[in-house]
Ligand binder design. Structure first.
Ligand SMILES: CC(C)(COP(=O)(O)OP(=O)(O)OC[C@H]1O[C@@H](n2cnc3c(N)ncnc32)[C@H](O)[C@@H]1OP(=O)(O)O)[C@@H](O)C(=O)NCCC(=O)NCCS
Length: 332
Protein backbone atom coordinates (compact mmCIF):
# COMPACT_ATOMS: atom_id res chain seq x y z
CA UNK A 1 0.00 0.00 0.00
CA UNK A 2 1.36 3.41 -0.97
CA UNK A 3 -0.82 5.63 1.22
CA UNK A 4 0.68 6.86 4.46
CA UNK A 5 -1.39 6.48 7.59
CA UNK A 6 -0.47 7.99 10.98
CA UNK A 7 0.14 5.47 13.73
CA UNK A 8 0.92 5.73 17.41
CA UNK A 9 4.22 3.87 17.84
CA UNK A 10 5.14 4.65 21.48
CA UNK A 11 3.45 5.70 24.72
CA UNK A 12 4.63 7.22 28.01
CA UNK A 13 3.10 8.86 31.09
CA UNK A 14 3.71 10.50 34.44
CA UNK A 15 1.59 11.25 37.50
CA UNK A 16 2.87 12.98 40.65
CA UNK A 17 3.29 10.92 43.84
CA UNK A 18 0.91 12.80 46.14
CA UNK A 19 -2.50 11.09 46.40
CA UNK A 20 -5.54 13.22 47.26
CA UNK A 21 -8.18 10.73 48.41
CA UNK A 22 -11.92 11.21 48.84
CA UNK A 23 -11.35 10.83 52.58
CA UNK A 24 -9.05 13.87 52.62
CA UNK A 25 -11.55 15.87 50.52
CA UNK A 26 -14.15 15.13 53.24
CA UNK A 27 -12.02 17.31 55.54
CA UNK A 28 -11.87 20.20 53.02
CA UNK A 29 -15.48 20.51 51.76
CA UNK A 30 -18.96 19.22 52.58
CA UNK A 31 -18.80 15.92 50.71
CA UNK A 32 -18.23 12.23 51.34
CA UNK A 33 -16.53 9.23 49.78
CA UNK A 34 -19.82 7.47 49.01
CA UNK A 35 -21.26 10.48 47.12
CA UNK A 36 -18.11 11.05 45.08
CA UNK A 37 -17.75 7.35 44.24
CA UNK A 38 -21.33 6.80 43.15
CA UNK A 39 -21.75 10.12 41.30
CA UNK A 40 -18.35 10.16 39.53
CA UNK A 41 -16.45 6.86 39.98
CA UNK A 42 -13.44 8.73 41.41
CA UNK A 43 -11.64 7.42 44.51
CA UNK A 44 -8.44 9.47 44.39
CA UNK A 45 -6.41 11.84 42.21
CA UNK A 46 -2.74 12.84 41.99
CA UNK A 47 -1.57 16.35 42.86
CA UNK A 48 1.72 18.08 42.02
CA UNK A 49 2.49 19.55 45.42
CA UNK A 50 5.65 21.49 44.48
CA UNK A 51 4.60 25.16 44.02
CA UNK A 52 7.72 25.88 41.98
CA UNK A 53 6.74 23.43 39.23
CA UNK A 54 4.14 23.88 36.49
CA UNK A 55 2.60 21.75 33.76
CA UNK A 56 5.94 21.58 31.92
CA UNK A 57 7.33 19.43 34.74
CA UNK A 58 4.59 16.83 34.19
CA UNK A 59 4.93 17.00 30.38
CA UNK A 60 8.72 16.59 30.49
CA UNK A 61 8.45 13.58 32.80
CA UNK A 62 5.88 11.89 30.50
CA UNK A 63 7.99 12.59 27.41
CA UNK A 64 11.15 11.31 29.13
CA UNK A 65 9.30 8.16 30.13
CA UNK A 66 8.29 7.55 26.48
CA UNK A 67 11.81 8.28 25.21
CA UNK A 68 13.51 6.00 27.74
CA UNK A 69 11.06 3.07 27.35
CA UNK A 70 11.26 3.09 23.56
CA UNK A 71 14.87 4.12 22.92
CA UNK A 72 13.85 7.19 20.93
CA UNK A 73 16.46 9.72 19.78
CA UNK A 74 14.84 13.09 20.70
CA UNK A 75 16.91 14.86 18.05
CA UNK A 76 14.83 13.04 15.40
CA UNK A 77 11.51 14.49 16.60
CA UNK A 78 10.07 17.01 14.10
CA UNK A 79 7.30 18.54 16.21
CA UNK A 80 6.34 18.64 19.88
CA UNK A 81 2.65 19.37 20.32
CA UNK A 82 1.37 19.98 23.85
CA UNK A 83 -2.34 19.79 24.65
CA UNK A 84 -2.91 21.78 27.84
CA UNK A 85 -5.36 24.08 29.59
CA UNK A 86 -2.83 25.02 32.26
CA UNK A 87 0.25 26.31 30.42
CA UNK A 88 3.20 27.35 32.61
CA UNK A 89 2.58 30.98 31.59
CA UNK A 90 -0.02 32.78 29.42
CA UNK A 91 2.71 33.85 26.98
CA UNK A 92 5.67 31.65 25.97
CA UNK A 93 4.27 28.33 24.75
CA UNK A 94 4.98 25.58 27.27
CA UNK A 95 5.64 23.05 24.48
CA UNK A 96 8.71 25.03 23.42
CA UNK A 97 10.32 24.77 26.85
CA UNK A 98 9.39 21.07 27.04
CA UNK A 99 10.97 20.38 23.62
CA UNK A 100 14.22 22.05 24.68
CA UNK A 101 14.36 20.23 28.01
CA UNK A 102 13.91 16.77 26.45
CA UNK A 103 16.56 17.39 23.79
CA UNK A 104 14.18 17.73 20.83
CA UNK A 105 16.66 20.22 19.38
CA UNK A 106 15.47 19.91 15.78
CA UNK A 107 11.76 20.22 16.52
CA UNK A 108 9.36 23.14 16.42
CA UNK A 109 6.74 23.20 19.16
CA UNK A 110 3.46 24.77 20.18
CA UNK A 111 0.52 24.42 22.58
CA UNK A 112 -3.00 23.38 21.62
CA UNK A 113 -5.91 24.39 23.88
CA UNK A 114 -9.34 22.81 23.59
CA UNK A 115 -10.01 22.03 27.27
CA UNK A 116 -10.69 18.31 27.83
CA UNK A 117 -10.61 17.68 24.05
CA UNK A 118 -7.07 19.08 23.65
CA UNK A 119 -5.47 15.65 23.26
CA UNK A 120 -8.16 14.36 20.88
CA UNK A 121 -7.85 17.44 18.66
CA UNK A 122 -4.05 17.08 18.94
CA UNK A 123 -4.34 13.54 17.58
CA UNK A 124 -6.16 14.95 14.56
CA UNK A 125 -3.45 17.62 14.03
CA UNK A 126 -0.57 15.17 14.45
CA UNK A 127 -2.18 12.63 12.12
CA UNK A 128 -2.77 15.26 9.41
CA UNK A 129 0.88 16.35 9.47
CA UNK A 130 2.05 12.73 9.17
CA UNK A 131 -0.45 11.78 6.44
CA UNK A 132 0.63 14.79 4.37
CA UNK A 133 4.15 13.36 4.34
CA UNK A 134 5.56 16.59 5.73
CA UNK A 135 6.84 15.24 9.07
CA UNK A 136 7.92 11.81 10.28
CA UNK A 137 8.02 11.97 14.09
CA UNK A 138 5.52 13.96 16.12
CA UNK A 139 5.47 13.88 19.90
CA UNK A 140 1.97 14.64 21.18
CA UNK A 141 1.76 15.32 24.91
CA UNK A 142 -1.35 15.92 27.02
CA UNK A 143 -0.54 17.50 30.39
CA UNK A 144 -2.40 19.52 32.99
CA UNK A 145 -1.71 20.79 36.49
CA UNK A 146 -5.42 21.20 37.22
CA UNK A 147 -4.69 21.80 40.92
CA UNK A 148 -3.31 25.23 39.91
CA UNK A 149 -6.79 26.42 38.77
CA UNK A 150 -9.05 24.60 41.23
CA UNK A 151 -10.68 26.19 44.28
CA UNK A 152 -10.37 23.59 47.06
CA UNK A 153 -13.34 25.15 48.86
CA UNK A 154 -15.67 24.49 45.86
CA UNK A 155 -17.09 20.97 46.07
CA UNK A 156 -18.53 21.22 42.53
CA UNK A 157 -15.03 21.10 41.03
CA UNK A 158 -12.40 20.04 43.58
CA UNK A 159 -13.66 16.46 43.75
CA UNK A 160 -13.28 15.94 40.01
CA UNK A 161 -9.90 17.14 38.79
CA UNK A 162 -6.34 15.82 39.17
CA UNK A 163 -2.85 16.41 37.75
CA UNK A 164 -1.08 14.21 35.21
CA UNK A 165 0.55 13.83 31.82
CA UNK A 166 0.79 11.35 28.98
CA UNK A 167 2.64 11.29 25.67
CA UNK A 168 2.47 9.41 22.37
CA UNK A 169 4.67 9.34 19.28
CA UNK A 170 3.04 9.51 15.84
CA UNK A 171 4.91 8.03 12.85
CA UNK A 172 4.02 7.07 9.26
CA UNK A 173 2.63 3.57 8.72
CA UNK A 174 2.54 1.75 5.39
CA UNK A 175 0.25 -1.15 6.39
CA UNK A 176 -2.91 0.93 6.69
CA UNK A 177 -2.74 0.91 10.50
CA UNK A 178 -3.18 3.90 12.80
CA UNK A 179 -5.55 6.81 12.15
CA UNK A 180 -8.68 5.83 10.16
CA UNK A 181 -11.36 8.50 10.68
CA UNK A 182 -12.46 11.38 12.87
CA UNK A 183 -15.65 13.21 13.76
CA UNK A 184 -14.86 16.46 15.59
CA UNK A 185 -17.39 19.02 16.83
CA UNK A 186 -17.59 22.29 18.79
CA UNK A 187 -20.32 24.64 20.05
CA UNK A 188 -19.73 28.07 21.62
CA UNK A 189 -22.83 27.73 23.80
CA UNK A 190 -20.54 25.90 26.22
CA UNK A 191 -18.49 28.78 27.47
CA UNK A 192 -21.18 29.89 29.89
CA UNK A 193 -21.17 26.55 31.69
CA UNK A 194 -17.49 25.66 32.06
CA UNK A 195 -14.92 28.42 32.22
CA UNK A 196 -12.28 30.49 33.98
CA UNK A 197 -13.79 33.96 33.77
CA UNK A 198 -10.77 36.17 34.38
CA UNK A 199 -7.15 36.41 33.33
CA UNK A 200 -7.83 36.60 29.58
CA UNK A 201 -8.39 39.57 27.25
CA UNK A 202 -12.07 39.83 28.16
CA UNK A 203 -11.46 40.29 31.87
CA UNK A 204 -7.78 40.86 32.69
CA UNK A 205 -6.51 40.05 36.16
CA UNK A 206 -7.22 42.66 38.82
CA UNK A 207 -7.51 42.86 42.59
CA UNK A 208 -11.27 42.35 42.16
CA UNK A 209 -10.98 39.27 39.97
CA UNK A 210 -8.72 37.67 42.55
CA UNK A 211 -11.03 38.60 45.43
CA UNK A 212 -14.03 37.24 43.47
CA UNK A 213 -12.23 33.94 42.81
CA UNK A 214 -12.62 34.42 39.05
CA UNK A 215 -9.29 32.73 38.27
CA UNK A 216 -10.61 29.32 39.29
CA UNK A 217 -12.58 26.86 37.15
CA UNK A 218 -16.31 27.46 37.34
CA UNK A 219 -18.60 24.62 36.29
CA UNK A 220 -22.35 24.18 36.03
CA UNK A 221 -21.93 20.44 36.49
CA UNK A 222 -25.48 19.37 35.72
CA UNK A 223 -25.60 21.20 32.35
CA UNK A 224 -22.12 20.06 31.36
CA UNK A 225 -23.08 16.52 32.28
CA UNK A 226 -26.12 16.57 29.97
CA UNK A 227 -24.17 17.94 27.00
CA UNK A 228 -21.28 15.54 27.64
CA UNK A 229 -23.50 12.43 27.79
CA UNK A 230 -25.30 13.16 24.54
CA UNK A 231 -22.24 14.64 22.79
CA UNK A 232 -19.83 11.79 23.47
CA UNK A 233 -22.40 9.08 22.80
CA UNK A 234 -23.54 10.74 19.53
CA UNK A 235 -20.08 11.04 17.99
CA UNK A 236 -19.04 7.55 19.06
CA UNK A 237 -22.14 6.02 17.50
CA UNK A 238 -21.65 8.17 14.38
CA UNK A 239 -18.06 7.06 13.81
CA UNK A 240 -19.05 3.41 14.17
CA UNK A 241 -21.85 3.82 11.60
CA UNK A 242 -19.66 5.74 9.17
CA UNK A 243 -17.01 3.01 9.23
CA UNK A 244 -19.46 0.09 9.27
CA UNK A 245 -18.19 -1.04 12.67
CA UNK A 246 -20.39 -3.33 14.74
CA UNK A 247 -20.02 -3.62 18.51
CA UNK A 248 -18.07 -6.83 17.89
CA UNK A 249 -15.62 -4.99 15.62
CA UNK A 250 -14.69 -2.45 18.31
CA UNK A 251 -11.97 -3.79 20.60
CA UNK A 252 -11.55 -0.82 22.95
CA UNK A 253 -13.30 2.40 23.91
CA UNK A 254 -10.72 4.99 24.98
CA UNK A 255 -12.96 7.69 26.43
CA UNK A 256 -12.16 10.91 28.27
CA UNK A 257 -12.33 10.23 32.01
CA UNK A 258 -14.62 12.99 33.31
CA UNK A 259 -17.27 10.94 35.03
CA UNK A 260 -17.81 7.17 35.07
CA UNK A 261 -21.50 7.72 34.29
CA UNK A 262 -20.64 9.62 31.09
CA UNK A 263 -18.28 6.82 30.00
CA UNK A 264 -20.97 4.19 30.74
CA UNK A 265 -23.60 6.11 28.74
CA UNK A 266 -21.26 6.26 25.75
CA UNK A 267 -20.43 2.56 25.99
CA UNK A 268 -24.13 1.69 26.27
CA UNK A 269 -25.01 3.65 23.14
CA UNK A 270 -22.23 1.80 21.30
CA UNK A 271 -23.52 -1.51 22.68
CA UNK A 272 -20.10 -2.36 24.10
CA UNK A 273 -19.36 -4.99 26.68
CA UNK A 274 -17.85 -3.59 29.90
CA UNK A 275 -14.62 -5.49 29.26
CA UNK A 276 -13.89 -3.28 26.23
CA UNK A 277 -14.26 0.00 28.10
CA UNK A 278 -11.01 1.38 29.48
CA UNK A 279 -11.38 3.04 32.88
CA UNK A 280 -8.81 4.51 35.28
CA UNK A 281 -10.83 7.48 36.57
CA UNK A 282 -10.86 5.90 40.04
CA UNK A 283 -7.07 6.49 40.32
CA UNK A 284 -6.57 9.87 38.66
CA UNK A 285 -9.91 11.72 38.40
CA UNK A 286 -10.25 14.07 35.43
CA UNK A 287 -6.74 15.09 34.33
CA UNK A 288 -8.18 17.10 31.37
CA UNK A 289 -5.62 16.82 28.52
CA UNK A 290 -3.95 13.76 30.03
CA UNK A 291 -6.85 11.29 30.34
CA UNK A 292 -6.52 9.61 26.91
CA UNK A 293 -2.73 9.06 26.95
CA UNK A 294 -2.90 7.92 30.60
CA UNK A 295 -5.37 5.24 29.47
CA UNK A 296 -3.10 4.20 26.59
CA UNK A 297 -0.17 3.95 28.98
CA UNK A 298 -2.06 1.91 31.60
CA UNK A 299 -3.57 -0.54 29.08
CA UNK A 300 -0.85 -0.60 26.37
CA UNK A 301 0.09 -4.23 27.04
CA UNK A 302 -3.46 -5.41 26.31
CA UNK A 303 -3.65 -3.87 22.81
CA UNK A 304 -2.92 -6.12 19.82
CA UNK A 305 -1.76 -5.03 16.39
CA UNK A 306 -4.87 -4.40 14.26
CA UNK A 307 -7.22 -3.78 17.22
CA UNK A 308 -9.95 -1.21 16.56
CA UNK A 309 -9.87 1.64 19.09
CA UNK A 310 -12.52 4.33 19.36
CA UNK A 311 -11.34 7.48 21.13
CA UNK A 312 -13.96 9.89 22.46
CA UNK A 313 -13.74 13.14 24.41
CA UNK A 314 -15.86 16.05 25.59
CA UNK A 315 -14.64 19.32 27.05
CA UNK A 316 -15.16 22.99 27.79
CA UNK A 317 -16.05 25.31 24.94
CA UNK A 318 -17.85 23.00 24.19
CA UNK A 319 -15.44 20.79 22.24
CA UNK A 320 -15.95 17.11 21.53
CA UNK A 321 -15.43 14.33 19.07
CA UNK A 322 -14.37 10.79 18.29
CA UNK A 323 -11.47 9.19 16.44
CA UNK A 324 -11.21 5.70 15.01
CA UNK A 325 -7.75 4.17 15.02
CA UNK A 326 -6.25 0.76 14.30
CA UNK A 327 -3.55 -0.09 16.84
CA UNK A 328 -0.18 -0.58 15.15
CA UNK A 329 1.98 -2.79 17.40
CA UNK A 330 2.13 -5.58 19.95
CA UNK A 331 3.95 -4.70 23.15
CA UNK A 332 6.57 -7.32 24.03
C1 LIG B 1 -20.31 17.54 38.91
C2 LIG B 1 -21.14 16.27 38.93
C3 LIG B 1 -20.32 15.12 39.43
C4 LIG B 1 -22.32 16.48 39.90
O1 LIG B 1 -23.14 15.32 39.87
P1 LIG B 1 -24.71 15.47 39.71
O2 LIG B 1 -25.25 14.10 39.78
O3 LIG B 1 -24.97 16.28 38.47
O4 LIG B 1 -25.07 16.23 40.98
P2 LIG B 1 -25.96 17.56 41.12
O5 LIG B 1 -25.13 18.74 40.74
O6 LIG B 1 -27.28 17.33 40.44
O7 LIG B 1 -26.18 17.54 42.64
C5 LIG B 1 -26.96 16.54 43.31
C6 LIG B 1 -26.95 16.85 44.76
O8 LIG B 1 -25.64 16.57 45.31
C7 LIG B 1 -25.13 17.75 45.93
N1 LIG B 1 -23.68 17.80 45.66
C8 LIG B 1 -23.04 18.42 44.65
N2 LIG B 1 -21.72 18.23 44.75
C9 LIG B 1 -21.53 17.47 45.84
C10 LIG B 1 -20.38 16.92 46.46
N3 LIG B 1 -19.14 17.14 45.98
N4 LIG B 1 -20.55 16.18 47.56
C11 LIG B 1 -21.77 15.95 48.07
N5 LIG B 1 -22.89 16.44 47.51
C12 LIG B 1 -22.77 17.19 46.43
C13 LIG B 1 -25.87 18.89 45.29
O9 LIG B 1 -25.87 20.03 46.13
C14 LIG B 1 -27.22 18.31 45.08
O10 LIG B 1 -27.94 18.34 46.28
P3 LIG B 1 -29.52 18.73 46.27
O11 LIG B 1 -30.16 17.65 45.45
O12 LIG B 1 -29.85 18.71 47.71
O13 LIG B 1 -29.57 20.07 45.62
C15 LIG B 1 -21.73 15.96 37.54
O14 LIG B 1 -22.67 16.92 37.20
C16 LIG B 1 -20.69 15.91 36.47
O15 LIG B 1 -19.88 15.02 36.41
N6 LIG B 1 -20.75 16.86 35.51
C17 LIG B 1 -19.87 16.86 34.36
C18 LIG B 1 -18.51 17.22 34.82
C19 LIG B 1 -17.56 17.18 33.70
O16 LIG B 1 -17.56 16.29 32.91
N7 LIG B 1 -16.71 18.20 33.69
C20 LIG B 1 -15.62 18.31 32.82
C21 LIG B 1 -16.05 18.42 31.42
S1 LIG B 1 -15.02 17.43 30.50
Amino acid sequence: MNTITAAITAVGAYVPDFVLSNKVLETLVDTNDEWITTRTGIKERRILKDDTKGTSFLAIKAAENLIAKNNINPAEIDLVLLGTTTPDMPVAATAVYVASQIGAVNAFAYDLQAACSSFLYGMSTAAAYIESGRYKKILLIGADKMSSIIDYTDRATCIIFGDGAGAVLFEPNHEGLGFQDEFLRSDGVGREFLKIEAGGSLLPASKETVENKQHYVFQDGKTVFKYAVSGMADVSEKIMQRNNLTKEDVNWLVAHQANKRIIDATANRMGLDESKVLVNIQKYGNTTSATLPLLLNDFEKQFKKGDNLIFAAFGGGFTWGSIYMKWAYDKQ
